[in-house]
Design a protein around this ligand. Structure first.
Ligand code: CUA
Length: 162
């Protein structure tokens, strides 16, 4: 009798460990699927390669700034370098979709637009691309969120939605 009940306790303990070891991976995979397909959060992929030395001569980086592609659709080309974004401030009308095209002239920088899902890296030699929708007028802060040197903390820009 004594032996059986200690065996039962053993099974309960074993099950108590097996259950989370299955439930936790299932929960993580479910969270990844929900964020990717329902919330639209995804890891930005490489949109192209570029010679970091030749940035000034290669479109669209030879003319950084905002371009209108179609009514309500814009493309913003930005260059990251120690310790600023070029351009440092961009203006777009409310209700527009903006595709950010980004690269770095020197070291790895971060590019986060606070209050949106835009969060990518500016890597020398690589072009990063991501689109965001700006429904409301307001100001959005662009932050370099990758430590890039002594002036990292002053590397920021602004998006003005009118
Ligand atoms: Cu650029 Cu931190």
């Amino acid at each position: 009798m004594m032996k059986n009940s200690s065996k039962l306790v053993g099974y309960i303990f074993e099950f108590a460990w097996i259950l989370p070891s299955v439930a936790i991976p299932v929960a993580v995979i479910t969270a990844v699927i929900i964020t990717a397909f329902a919330v639209g959060i995804r890891v930005p992929d490489i949109a192209g390669r570029i010679d970091p030395v030749a940035i000034n001569n290669v479109a669209p980086f030879n003319e950084p700034g905002v371009r209108e592609l179609a009514p309500g659709r814009y493309e913003a080309t930005l260059i990251a370098q120690t310790f600023l974004f070029t351009p440092n401030e961009i203006e777009i009308p409310a209700g527009s979709d903006v595709t950010f095209v980004l690269t770095s002239r020197d070291v790895i920088h971060g590019f986060k637009i606070v209050g949106t899902s835009v969060n990518m890296m500016a890597v020398p030699g690589q072009i990063s691309k991501m689109t965001a929708h700006f429904p409301e007028p307001g100001e959005y802060l662009i932050l370099c969120h990758e430590y890039c040197g002594s002036g990292h903390h002053v590397m920021y820009g602004k998006i003005i939605v009118k």
